[in-house]
Design a protein around this ligand. Sequence first.
Ligand SMILES: Nc1ncnc2c1ncn2[C@@H]1O[C@H](COP(=O)(O)OP(=O)(O)OP(=O)(O)O)[C@@H](O)[C@H]1O
Length: 246
Amino acid sequence: MAEEILKVEHLDKYYGDWQALHDINFSINKGEVVTLLGPSGSGKSTLIRTLNGLESYRKGTIYFQGKKVDPNPKEWQALRQKIGMVFQSYDLFPNLTVMDNILLAPTKVQGRDKEEVRKEALALLDRVELRKHADSYPRQLSGGQKQRIAIVRALAMHPELMLFDEVTASLDPEMVRGVLKIIKELSDQDHMTMIIVTHEMNFAAKIADKVLFLEKGKILEETPGKQFFDHPQTDRAAEFLNSMDF
Ligand SMILES: Nc1ncnc2c1ncn2[C@@H]1O[C@H](COP(=O)(O)OP(=O)(O)OP(=O)(O)O)[C@@H](O)[C@H]1O
């Protein structure tokens, strides 16, 4: 039977008095890719950030690998070691080299052996074709290179789940393809479990096992990937795909 990595039940999220997410329910199994799609402001980033404990939630339950997550910050801190996240803004430490950015959490937070992690980091850097930049600083890299490093940094923690929040949104078009190729390989070759927020519809159509289409903080439809792009169930999703020139 498929192993369930994450399950969300009846999740409500408020910013002050205003409700940003309404009764969110879904689950993701090991090796699956879920993409969150929807118009601007529909709550995609809010949802993915909540799944990493970066946003608190008022009601609902999150289960990680079958275990109910206590929504206190300490529990999330521990869990975040198993959940890798990559942001639109890279969030690399500017005063650390590429290698030190990658080594920091596995050695300091996970307490792993530095030499062992360094070897692994070099192999990952090879994979994203950036080994020669191991001693560079983030400011010396292009946006696309920084984003590939941010992915490597998350992978070095050996995550059970990877979250990608619009990771190509700040990149020049020629940089986008290299980053998306790496994410696709993580799915095809490593069978990484991933939740992806993206505005790249062609990419989403290629990678998604399941699409959650959000509007106004609600999941309007949950559909297998191919079916969503061929035959969306709702008029709103069809309009959305049209508006994205898909
Ligand atoms: N920190 C915050 N405080 C108050 N409101 C917020 C905050 N962050 C987001 N919002 C609001 O929550 C709603 C959902 O925002 P969110 O960024 O999750 O949408 P999104 O679907 O990711 O949009 P986009 O595609 O434009 O990134 C929006 O109305 C936004 O203005």
